[in-house]
Design a protein around this ligand. Structure first.
Ligand code: SF4
Ligand code: SF4
Length: 160
């Protein structure tokens, strides 16, 4: 969904958002029941899931001597094995949908080194283009809405 502002080649060199530590494991993608079924059927029949607030997250193995968890869908040479079927959170990353005092807002994670090279004006324009699809997904799958974090730039607001 972000190909206008993020080239696959840039992600191939980075992979930051497919690796977590204990402070940002909350960023692990929301896995719906249907996505979990798809993963078991098409990607890894042995994948385990952790249950969390009406959804799942992938059970990822901690690296031996580091506080690091690589996503179990990540092939370190070829990227996400799910490609266009990756979870919705991953398809919109580094945009996030958050709840700010009862209002849904689209924010920007400061972590992505590539997207933050664009101006906030440009990113706001793009976020507004994506907003209808993101707000629609949040109606069906409200688990993707995270509490607002102070300092995250707000790019679009759900006026409904
Ligand atoms: S952090 Fe940004 S550049 Fe890096 S892999 Fe994720 S989306 Fe791509
Ligand atoms: S599902 Fe794919 S894109 Fe999402 S965190 Fe895992 S490897 Fe990265």
């Amino acid at each position: 969904m972000l190909s206008k502002i993020l080239a696959k080649e840039e992600c191939a060199k980075c992979r930051i958002c497919c690796c977590f530590d204990s402070s940002d494991i909350w960023e692990a993608p929301v896995i719906t029941q249907s996505k979990a079924n798809k993963i078991l059927k098409d990607y890894n029949a042995k994948q385990k899931f952790l249950s969390k607030d009406n959804h799942y997250i992938l059970d990822m193995e901690k690296e031996a001597d580091e506080d690091l968890y690589y996503c179990s869908m990540l092939d370190k040479h070829n990227g996400c094995i799910m490609k266009d079927e990756k979870p919705f959170d991953c398809r919109i990353w580094p945009f996030r949908i958050m709840d700010l005092n009862g209002t849904e807002v689209i924010t920007l994670s400061p972590v992505c080194p590539v997207v933050k090279t664009h101006s906030l004006e440009e990113l706001s324009e793009f976020a507004k283009e994506l907003a209808p699809a993101i707000f629609e997904e949040a109606k069906v799958n409200p688990q993707i809405i995270k509490p607002y974090i102070n300092g995250y730039p707000i790019l679009a607001v759900n006026a409904d």
